[in-house]
Design a protein around this ligand. Structure first.
Ligand code: CAA
Length: 385
């Protein structure tokens, strides 16, 4: 498909592609196996502007647009979805949140460090008993003498084991349900803040995930993000941006699975023919390619809606959910076909295809499952709930 991209978009695609090939590809399998967090490459990505792509240069970012962000996340995730996921959370769930809802002082203090890659940042909404039903959270923040005292347990925090700054959502008014939720910026070295054990995961194994625990953790009043009670709206609005990032991560995985398959079907022979000459294989290639291009179209359209929202302040929830839903199911579809096309080679850890298969699954789960995306889309379209 043809898109008219600017020189700036082509430049970021090439820069991200080169960096991923030269710096990430040689270590991706090793870090997947060990589960170690790739701090060195993430820091280098920060220095290149990849950790705060849409953040203005005055706050340490690259000052580019939403489409540039999608393009860069795809290219990084094509080589390693762990790096892509860490990048997406830092960009859309932390930097975007502070940029959109933070005070000038919060931007200067927290955004600049996160966008420039000086530190790694995270976002924490989910709790052990509150996942898709995010408004049912139990963690509480009580205002006492100019500080909020935070208590509770949060789970499945991407970059939780290493993050220096985390946006956290807690109840400030238990009577008010979602209208009683507020958002806070918490520094990782605050007394009363503890990191739980790292989750052993099926995929994106180099991206560290953990619980975080708050026990009388005192956070200054000036670290509240937005107004008291505005937290749920912030969490949801920011997830619209996050879902575009995860869609782009999924697109990268799908593209990688497709490219490996395309090469393989043109080389591998069976029954005296290239396997791509068999209709059963050729149709898989056709379906993968078509779904990938459809995903890319949805993602670029969502990125443009996000870009317009910076001027017209209109929600792009529908575009973001459709793009994430379709791209993540495409990643799973393509990774599944890629393993099948490669046969035993696809099942072997000697080749990256099995990693794509394991990595693809999370994109249908985090930042809103496919079921939640369908719920969001159908509610918006029907007006019913
Ligand atoms: N933008 C702005 N406001 C929004 C919004 C959006 N995208 N979505 C909802 N809202 C507003 C509504 O307009 C409503 O506002 P009012 O009270 O003013 O009317 C309010 O939020 C409540 O909305 P709903 O009644 O629709 O809320 P709900 O409780 O029914 O929940 C939901 C809706 C879509 C199911 C939502 O809970 C949801 O998205 N759940 C999934 C949560 C999720 O994605 N979790 C993953 C977290 S991050 C992660 O995976 C880990 C990580 O580290 C990356």
């Amino acid at each position: 498909m043809t898109y008219i991209l600017t020189d700036e978009h082509e430049m970021i695609r090439q820069t991200a592609r080169d960096f991923a090939r030269n710096e990430i590809a040689p270590i991706a399998a090793e870090f997947d196996e060990s589960g170690e967090f790739p701090m060195e490459t993430i820091k280098r990505m920060g220095a290149m502007g990849f950790m705060g792509i849409e953040v203005p240069e005055e706050y340490g970012g690259a000052g580019m647009d939403a489409l540039a962000y999608v393009i860069a996340v795809e290219e990084i995730s094509k080589v390693d979805a762990s790096h892509g996921g860490i990048m997406s959370v830092n960009n859309s769930l932390f930097c975007h949140t502070i940029l959109r809802y933070g005070s000038e002082a919060q931007k200067k203090k927290y955004l600049t460090d996160a966008a420039s890659g000086k530190i790694v940042a995270a976002y924490s909404l989910t709790e052990p008993m509150s996942g898709s039903d995010a408004s049912t959270m139990r963690s509480k923040a009580v205002l006492e003498n100019g500080h909020y005292v935070l208590n509770g347990r949060k789970s499945w925090v991407t970059s939780g084991p290493v993050a220096d700054y985390i946006v956290v959502f807690m109840l400030t008014d238990v009577e008010e349900e979602h209208k009683g939720i507020s958002a806070f910026i918490v520094e990782g070295d605050t007394p009363g803040f503890e990191r739980g054990k790292k989750e052993p995961k099926l995929g994106i194994r180099a991206s560290a995930t953990s619980e975080i625990v708050f026990e009388n953790c005192r956070v200054p009043l000036e670290n509240r993000l937005g107004e008291e009670g505005q937290g749920f709206i912030i969490a949801m609005a920011v997830l619209d941006a996050g879902r575009i990032g995860i869609g782009a991560q999924a697109l990268g995985i799908a593209q990688a699975a497709y490219e490996a398959s395309l090469e393989y079907v043109k080389e591998r022979e069976a029954f005296g023919k290239k396997i791509g000459q068999f209709q059963g294989t050729g149709f898989k290639i056709a379906d993968m390619k078509t779904r990938i291009e459809a995903s890319r179209g949805l993602l670029y359209s969502a990125a443009m809606a996000k870009e317009h929202s910076k001027e017209n302040d209109q929600r792009y929830t529908l575009e973001a959910s459709m793009a994430k839903l379709f791209a993540s199911e495409t990643a799973m579809f393509c990774a599944h076909h890629a393993v099948q096309i490669h046969g035993a080679m696809g099942y072997s850890k000697e080749f990256p295809v099995e990693r794509y298969f394991r990595d693809a699954k999370i994109t249908e789960i985090y930042e809103g499952t496919s079921e939640i995306q369908r719920m969001v889309i159908s509610r918006l379209e029907t007006g019913l709930r």
